[in-house]
Design a protein around this ligand. Structure first.
Ligand SMILES: CC(C)(COP(=O)(O)OP(=O)(O)OC[C@H]1O[C@@H](n2cnc3c(N)ncnc32)[C@H](O)[C@@H]1OP(=O)(O)O)[C@@H](O)C(=O)NCCC(=O)NCCS
Length: 178
């Protein structure tokens, strides 16, 4: 089954091997990597390749995973957004990362709202969606607020960081965004 989600400005579709270079390049940017890696700086290119391969594997193992967000008009690869839940994760997350030159255009919230709708439709029993966010990551918290998530007060320990769990409850979220 082909998955393709259209928003006002974006096309979302599952990441595929052809996105590897764009993703590896995005994760090589120091600003993008600062809240996404264990030492807060970009991983080596070889590690970024392995990371991307694991994201493809997540789709195979879970039947869902990151979407590539593409500019509807130009086809440019803008970033990755969508559902994600590796082993041990504190819940089904909607995550987001956008190429540095495209920050501030509202792409992450636009893609996240469409992704969450898709996720709630796919999992009718899912009672809430979460986002795991570093307390210093102001940009990501801004996205979480825009898409109707609140800081749940729960903390998730990862790589020695105390990350905050933001969350939205299914019914109230669907009333607001569906
Ligand atoms: C978090 C992120 C995905 C936001 O994406 P986005 O498409 O820029 O989202 P928005 O346009 O809604 O902007 C979100 C906030 O970023 C900040 N921002 C906006 N433009 C910016 C710019 N040019 N440079 C830096 N920050 C900017 C603003 O605080 C904005 O909030 P506001 O609209 O309330 O002022 C993006 O910053 C990113 O990829 N960061 C690195 C990866 C990451 O940390 N991901 C989240 C892990 S939990």
């Amino acid at each position: 089954m082909t998955i393709r989600i259209e928003t006002e400005r974006l096309i979302l579709r599952p990441i595929d091997p052809g996105d590897a270079d764009a993703h590896i390049e995005m994760m090589g940017d120091a600003d993008v990597a600062s809240f996404l890696t264990a030492n807060k700086t970009p991983d080596s290119r070889a590690d970024r390749w392995r990371q991307f391969a694991s994201y493809l594997g997540h789709w195979q193992m879970r039947g869902f995973g990151w979407f590539s967000a593409l500019d509807k008009e130009s086809g440019e690869w803008l970033g990755r957004v969508g559902p994600w839940m590796p082993e041990g994760w504190p819940g089904l997350e909607c995550g987001w990362s956008i190429k540095r030159e495209h920050w501030g255009k509202g792409y992450a919230p636009e893609a996240a709202i469409a992704s969450i709708k898709w996720t709630f439709e796919k999992f009718p029993e899912l009672s809430r969606i979460i986002s795991v966010i570093d307390p210093d990551n102001q940009n990501s918290q801004a996205v979480a607020r825009k898409i109707g998530e609140e800081n749940s007060g729960e903390i998730y320990d990862y790589w020695g960081f105390k990350l905050e769990v933001w969350a939205a409850e299914r019914n109230s979220w669907l009333e607001r965004f569906a």
